[in-house]
Write a protein that binds this ligand. Structure first.
Ligand code: NDP
Length: 314
């Protein structure tokens, strides 16, 4: 038992990341039932859809689960109202300031965790009264920090800066990586990419298969002028990359991006023109499995690697 297990009331300090178009109630419930913490990704859900997912998740598990709310979501007030009304026990907020919503969640008895990519923001989260912090490094998929700090450098820096429980994210998809994160000072891990390649993920099968086929170097951080996001290199990525290289401004990049490209790719399965958000650790994934199997594999590999390290001497 460590502080993260205790805080959430879960068996393993393995948290499935909230991911647009990939993490609905089926994935969240499967991860929670397997002893981790499942998260519903609200960023791609209209308010009535979010309520439906929360209710289905409650029916599918009696274990704790959470909702991830990207704070730049257009109907944020409605999402927050639904989360409070439905008595969701834990909320992970991201992509915004923790100051505005944390007091409201806390006054409703909801535990709050905020996702950051720097020690400075981690300190602000602590001041805002969050219960825990996710520090997410450069390797991560989807929205990412501008400063490109890697998980290896970020976790010890945040550990030094804050006292609240720390969860590491970015580049973690195996038990070995989990152990490494713990060695750096984390008390839990948040894993997105590996859970995309599960039966319960709501991603399109084309996206799951694409992710499982990726090799080192197949993703890159893109669109720093708009919102930095790690993408698979496809036709859409190349169009953005070419525009960025010739110095295109925000307006042109936003025009190329258009609307609902993430849905087109990750949910509708267009692997050429869609926006495909995934982390570097995809290069280590080689198949699509049940989410429970992923949780158990990570735990077993963590224990084996820990035992191996115990025999180290110099
Ligand atoms: P776009 O503006 O390109 O498109 C909006 C998409 O979100 C559409 O596909 C739309 O579905 C869906 N959607 C869900 N609820 C709403 C709503 N209330 N109003 C408008 N659209 C809605 O945005 P993106 O697809 O790039 O991003 C969508 C959301 O996901 C944002 O909130 C963003 O912050 C979040 N996000 C989170 C990431 C993360 O790492 N956690 C990464 C990237 C984005 P439809 O087509 O059916 O209308």
């Amino acid at each position: 038992m460590n502080r993260v297990n205790q805080l959430f009331g879960i068996q393993y300090p393995i948290i499935q990341a909230g991911m647009i178009w990939c993490s609905g109630w089926e994935l969240a419930a499967a991860v929670s039932n397997a002893g981790g913490l499942g998260i519903i990704g609200a960023g791609s859900m209209y308010p009535d859809i979010l309520r439906d997912h929360i209710r289905k998740c409650k029916a599918a598990t009696d274990k704790p689960f959470a909702v991830n709310v990207p704070l730049l979501y257009p109907d944020i007030d409605q999402h927050i109202q639904i989360i409070i009304e439905e008595k969701v026990p834990i909320v992970f907020t991201s992509a915004g300031s923790p100051k505005k919503w944390t007091p409201l969640f806390k006054s409703n008895g909801i535990k709050v965790v905020h996702v950051v990519a720097s020690s400075l923001l981690a300190l602000k989260c602590q001041e805002a009264g969050v219960d825990a912090i996710v520090a997410e490094g450069f390797e991560a998929g989807g929205h990412n920090g501008r400063e490109e700090t890697t998980t290896l450098c970020l976790i010890p820096a945040v550990r030094k800066a804050i006292a609240v429980p720390l969860i590491a994210a970015g580049g973690i998809g195996t038990g070995r990586a989990m152990l490494a994160a713990f060695a750096l000072g984390a008390e839990g891990v948040q894993i997105g990419t590996r859970f995309v390649c599960t039966h319960e993920s709501s991603a399109h099968i084309n996206f799951k298969e694409k992710v499982a086929s990726l090799k080192e170097g197949d993703t890159q951080l893109s669109m720093k002028k708009v919102v930095p996001v790690r993408l698979i290199k496809n036709d859409f990525f190349n169009a953005i990359h070419e525009a960025e290289n010739r110095g295109a401004g925000v307006e042109e990049l936003v025009q190329i991006l258009g609307r609902a490209r993430a849905k087109m790719g990750m949910y509708e399965g267009d692997m050429n023109e869609g926006e495909l958000e995934i982390g570097q650790v995809a290069a280590l994934i080689d198949g699509i499995k049940p989410a429970a199997e992923v949780v158990h594999e990570i735990v077993a590999e963590f224990e084996a690697a820990k035992a191996e390290m115990c025999n180290l001497s110099f």
